[in-house]
Design a protein around this ligand. Structure first.
Ligand SMILES: C[S@@+](CC[C@H](N)C(=O)[O-])C[C@H]1O[C@@H](n2cnc3c(N)ncnc32)[C@H](O)[C@@H]1O
Length: 210
C-alpha cells in the first residue's frame, strides 16, 4: 500500500541504518513490540510519524488510520522502510523531512506518533513544537521513548555515558527529559506509563494539545 516520496539528500548514516533492525530485534521481543501495538491501536485518522526510521511502527497501524505520513531525516533509514510500508494495512507515504522543520501546514494531522526518536533528534523541543503546530487542536500525540531515569544513581550513569553513546548510536541521548519537553511544547499529558515503578527510563503515553 505504500507510496514513496523521497528527497535526494546524501546525508544520513548508512551503517546505522543497516544494523538498526538487527540491533532492535531482541528489544522488540522484550518489550517494544507491546508498546508499538498500544500506539498502533490508539492511532486514528491522518497520522504523522516523526523519526520513522526503518518503518518499525508501520505494521502496527489499524484501519482506524486513513493515512500515515512517515517522515525521517536519514534517507538510508527511509529507504529501508519501503518494504514495511508496502506490507502495512493502511496507506503510507514515506517522506524525507527534518522533524525540527516539518514541511506541512498547520493542523493537518489527527494523530502524531514518535517512537524512540526524541532521544536522537538534535532539538527535541523544536520537533515537538513543530508537531504541535501541524496537529489539530483535538488531535493527540502518542509516544514511546527512553529518557533520563528518576533514580539519581542511574541518571548519573546515563549522564556520564551519553557523550560516548551518542557517537556510536546515531546521536542517541540516554538522559533526556522528554516528559518536560512534551509539556513545554504545549501538550497536556493524558496518560503516562513509566517503567521501574514509575522511576525508570522507558515512558509511553498520550498527550493532547493544551
Ligand atoms: C532510534 S531511531 C528510531 C526509529 C523508529 N522510530 C523506531 O521506532 O524504530 C531514531 C530516528 O530518529 C531519526 N532522526 C534523527 N534526527 C531527526 C530529525 N531531525 N528529524 C527526523 N528524524 C530524525 C534518526 O534518523 C533515526 O531514524
Amino acid at each position: 500500500m505504500g507510496e514513496r516520496r523521497m528527497g535526494q539528500s546524501k546525508g544520513g548514516n548508512p551503517l546505522f541504518a543497516a544494523v538498526y533492525d538487527t540491533i532492535m530485534r531482541p528489544l522488540e521481543a522484550w518489550s517494544v513490540r507491546g508498546q508499538r501495538r498500544r500506539i498502533g491501536d490508539a492511532a486514528r485518522g491522518r497520522v504523522l510519524e516523526i523519526g520513522a526510521g526503518t518503518g518499525a511502527m508501520l505494521g502496527y497501524y489499524t484501519p482506524a488510520v486513513t493515512e500515515v505520513v512517515a517522515t525521517e531525516v536519514d534517507p538510508h533509514m527511509l529507504k529501508r522502510a519501503g518494504d514495511k510500508a508496502a506490507g502495512a494495512r493502511v496507506p503510507v507515504v514515506l517522506r524525507e523531512a527534518d522533524a525540527q522543520r516539518l514541511p506541512f501546514g498547520d493542523s493537518e494531522f489527527d494523530t502524531a506518533v514518535v517512537a524512540l526518536s526524541l532521544c536522537t533528534i538534535p532539538d527535541a523541543r523544536a520537533a515537538l513544537a513543530e508537531t504541535r503546530r501541524v496537529l489539530r487542536d483535538d488531535g493527540q500525540l502518542l509516544f514511546v521513548e527512553h529518557v533520563r531515569s528518576l533514580r539519581p544513581g542511574v541518571a548519573r550513569v546515563q549522564d556520564a555515558v551519553t557523550p560516548v553513546w551518542k557517537r556510536i548510536a546515531g546521536g542517541c541521548h540516554l538522559n533526556r527529559d522528554t516528559v518536560g519537553a512534551v509539556e513545554a511544547a504545549g501538550f497536556r499529558l493524558e496518560n503516562l506509563w513509566r517503567s521501574g515503578k514509575r522511576r525508570g527510563s522507558i515512558i509511553q503515553g498520550r498527550a493532547v494539545p493544551r
